[in-house]
Design a protein around this ligand. Structure first.
Ligand code: MN
Ligand code: MN
Length: 462
């Protein structure tokens, strides 16, 4: 064997989707990206993602599920958990005790939430106080156009849905920053001190109610406008869930249009492929489930997060309805914890260990473990399961790579993988590499998004 032949046989070289596939595959990825961009624009919050995903599921014949319903092969159901978390499943042809194939992504993203008493007036302007949600670099959110989304629950129990800033004719919202001319002292501070959470106040008004000088006239005018539009008073903010997100739409990035810039790729870039993969199945062999979870960015606690009992309840109910033992079903189930990874960024090369960091456009990322400080607090997937998945993806021609989140002891992060694995379900992380994760505008590669979709599809059918 020549040295060249031996090298090809023995050495592993990571190659991009462009090197490993053909023009037809790239064209398919670009076409798929159009649907994804539309989903991003329509689903900026977890509530909107649930609403849009249910519409897509209904169009494919999915029906609402209630706990305890009888089930049979081919049934397609969705379970809307409080409008913030969605489960979809299709009953397979084979016995339920063979296990369920689960794709679990999350649909909440870092953002700024309104405090319960948000409204105040100062210096000729009215503002909202915020409490940020998830991990953000605070300096990235100032002087950025923002839109307001969410619900206000009035004391008679009625709900008002709010979405301001997405339509071109809507007003936007804004957080101010210091001008560079006066920034000398601020520039000397570490970033975390120069930009603190109590400065992330949203500019929402500046016109007083009338010409009389009055200390609360701008605030009153803001409230008067809100009353006219939504019928709400200041007290109604006490029971609201209002979220500020970047007002940008998803757009192509670069002359070649090969990347997508958008708010909330983490984790809609896995949610959309996981969702579209299950929506196109009709009579699958295995029972399939897709989870679109809330609360991942704050640790998965609460009844709409992955630590909720609901996953176990649904697996239990599905098992019993089909004559299976829930414990056996869980023991034989397989899960892809569908979440993003970081893509190597040459502008910050020092933060990464390049040999083990996902590279943009090199396909979907299989992450055996996340965690920090010696793999603490992670699901470190079993090699046998990782190996099984490798075979599934290779046989389906999926372009994939492995990934670790940055350098050892450089930081770290977690996903929902461990919460699902703790239920005795084989689980590993699989997702799309992202540039500038958690920034108001994140970037992904269209070819990676499509390989993720192909991976979820292969997993469903394996
Ligand atoms: Mn994520
Ligand atoms: Mn995240």
């Amino acid at each position: 064997m020549s040295k060249k032949e031996l090298s090809e046989k023995l050495l592993y070289t990571k190659k991009s989707v462009y090197e490993k596939t053909d023009d037809a595959r790239i064209d398919a990825a670009f076409a798929y990206a159009k649907g994804y961009a539309a989903y991003l624009d329509a689903a900026k919050t977890e509530r909107e993602a649930v609403t849009v995903s249910i519409e897509m599921a209904k169009a494919k014949g999915f029906k609402p599920y209630t706990l305890g319903m009888p089930l049979k092969a081919g049934d397609k159901y969705y379970y809307d958990n409080r409008g913030k978390n969605l489960y979809l499943f299709i009953v397979g042809r084979e016995p339920i005790e063979n296990g369920i194939r689960i794709n679990a992504a999350h649909i909440d993203s870092p953002r700024l939430d309104l405090k319960p008493c948000p409204l105040y007036e100062e210096g000729g302007m009215s503002f909202f106080k915020t409490h940020y949600y998830g991990g953000i670099r605070k300096y990235q959110w100032v002087t950025t156009p923002l839109s307001l989304h969410g619900v206000i629950i009035k004391n008679d129990g009625t709900s008002v849905t709010v979405s301001v800033g997405e339509d071109e004719n809507d007003p936007l919202f804004y957080i101010s920053d210091l001008l560079p001319h006066l920034g000398r002292e601020s520039d000397k501070k570490p970033l975390g001190e120069a930009f603190n959470g109590e400065k992330l106040n949203i500019l929402i008004g500046s016109r007083p109610f009338d010409s009389e000088s009055d200390s609360n006239s701008i605030k009153l005018n803001t409230l008067s406008l809100l009353y006219d539009k939504y019928g709400i008073t200041e007290e109604d903010f006490l029971t609201a869930e209002l979220e500020l997100v970047p007002a940008f739409k998803a757009r192509d990035i670069g002359f070649d249009r090969a990347l997508i810039g958008a708010y909330g790729h983490d984790d809609r870039v896995c949610a959309y492929p996981a969702l579209t993969a299950i929506l196109e199945e009709d009579a699958p062999k295995a029972t399939l489930m897709c989870v679109l979870a809330d609360k991942e960015e704050t640790g998965s606690d609460g009844n709409t997060g992955m630590k909720s009992m609901l996953l176990l309840d649904l697996i239990g109910e599905i098992s019993l309805a089909l004559g299976g033992n829930p414990a056996t079903v869980r023991a034989n189930s397989k899960c892809l914890s569908a979440d993003v990874s970081c893509a190597y960024d040459p502008n910050f090369a020092d933060a990464f260990e390049k040999r083990n960091t996902p590279l943009l456009s090199c396909g979907v990322v299989l992450t055996k473990y996340t965690g920090a400080r010696g793999k603490s607090s992670t699901n470190d997937a079993r090699a046998e399961y990782v190996g099984w998945l490798r075979g599934v993806m290779d046989r389906a021609g999926v372009v994939w790579q492995t990934g670790e989140l940055g350098k050892v002891d450089g930081g770290g992060g977690g996903t929902v993988a461990k919460y699902i694995a703790n239920h005795n379900i084989e689980t590993v992380d699989l997702g799309v590499p992202v540039i500038s994760m958690h920034a108001p505008y994140e970037v992904v590669s269209k070819v990676d998004v499509y390989e993720a979709y192909l991976a979820f599809r292969a997993f469903s059918r394996a």
